[in-house]
Design a protein around this ligand. Structure first.
Ligand SMILES: *Cc1c(COP(=O)(O)O)cnc(C)c1O
Length: 361
């Protein structure tokens, strides 16, 4: 067996150890004589998985019992709509920070529901930089402020978050959740499609504070009301069972490494290896965003010409480096370094980049 160097931006690489556990348990889950794909979501075996995943999620994030963990379907994109449906009450305004394609999509959905105030937008400058905290302006009675911690396509990542006083802070953490230490207690609601840093596609993790749940609108369709899922422990209907099971295994893997402090250390070394090279040869490996807005998870860069980019991607692919092509809306190269991507692969990519530059300057 030869595993690829998987730089896919999402769905993305999973820890090999986790995949091996899945493989070992697949045909007979905990002595049931069935796989987890075949058992009831109401069984004791699944209930244990569900509860453990919720408890571990809060433990790794350092959150207390005033938060609820939900496992939902529909991807992060459904959250773009559910958030305003639940919390943007008639006559109120929701504030959004627009720092890239994903936050822009979130804004678009909120506008279908009610009034939106842009607290900051870098759209005019092609999303190449993030706001300074003082640039973020929103009404003191806003229904909430929505931020995107990591813009997967453009390659920017927020390193701090604004203080919002009474305004609840909501964050799309789809592409950097649990990749570094954060003060998660600052947020009223955090959500993430699992397929980048947490598990497979099909499950969306929502972490919501109880006082926020209480603010949810009356009269919503049952499945689109956060309270439905909170009250039923994410078992109102059939949940994405296999996804939740893998999220649980990934959380155990994170804990085994020493939690977010350890994960952050590794992720910091990984991004430093690639950014270090870009800073050494800035005319050859040209970063596409401002230095102080750089993402640890998705590094975006251009080479001196599109022909060289094509050549580099082809050469990388032939050597087993997969998924390095930039998003079609941005072009260039994108190096996605999620939690499960190993340091060894980063070193090998850096060596390939050095050799390519030497041979093609
Ligand atoms: C990938 C991504 C999404 C979309 O997630 P889906 O689960 O595919 O809906 C939303 N926000 C961010 C920041 C992402 O990276």
């Amino acid at each position: 067996m030869k595993r690829a160097f998987n730089f896919n931006p999402g769905p993305a690489v999973l820890p090999l150890e986790v995949l091996q556990i899945v493989q070992n348990e697949l045909l007979d889950f905990k002595g049931t004589g069935m796989s987890i794909l075949e058992i009831s979501h109401r069984s004791a075996e699944y209930e244990e998985v569900n509860n453990a995943a919720m408890t571990l999620m809060k433990e790794v994030m350092g959150l207390g019992d005033n938060y609820k963990v939900l496992f939902l379907g529909g991807g992060a994109s459904t959250q773009f709509a559910m958030i305003p449906m639940n919390f943007l009450h008639p006559g109120k305004t929701a504030a959004y920070i627009d720092i890239g394609s994903w936050s822009n999509k979130a804004v678009k959905e909120a506008r279908l529901v009610g009034n939106v105030h842009l607290a900051f937008s870098s759209k005019e400058i092609n999303y190449i930089r993030l706001p300074k905290m003082a640039d973020i302006k929103f009404p003191a009675d806003a229904a909430y402020l929505h931020v995107t911690s990591n813009e997967t396509i453009h390659g920017t990542q927020m390193s701090e978050f604004p203080s919002t006083n009474a305004v609840p802070l909501i964050c799309d953490m789809s592409s950097d959740i649990l990749s570094r230490q954060r003060n998660f207690g600052k947020f009223a609601l955090i959500y993430a499609g699992a397929q980048k840093n947490l598990g497979p596609a099909g499950v969306t993790v929502v972490v919501i504070r109880e006082d926020m749940l209480a603010k949810s609108k009356e009269g919503l369709p049952t499945m689109l009301n956060y309270n439905t899922h909170a009250k039923e422990n994410s078992l109102y209907n059939t949940p994405p069972v296999f996804g939740v099971y893998i999220v649980k295994l990934v959380l155990e893997w994170i804990k085994k490494q020493g939690g977010l402090q350890a994960v952050e250390q590794v992720n910091c070394a990984k991004k430093d290896r690639i950014y270090g090279l870009m800073d050494k040869y800035p005319d050859y490996f040209k970063g596409t965003v401002d230095k102080d807005s750089r993402s640890w998870m998705n590094i975006t860069l251009r080479l001196p010409s599109e022909d060289l980019e094509k050549k580099f991607l082809a050469e990388a692919k032939s050597k087993g480096f997969i998924g390095l092509k930039g998003h079609r809306s941005v072009g260039g190269i994108r190096v996605s370094l999620y939690n499960a991507f190993p340091m060894d692969g980063v070193n090998q990519l850096a060596e390939l980049m050095e050799a390519f530059r030497k041979a093609n300057s």
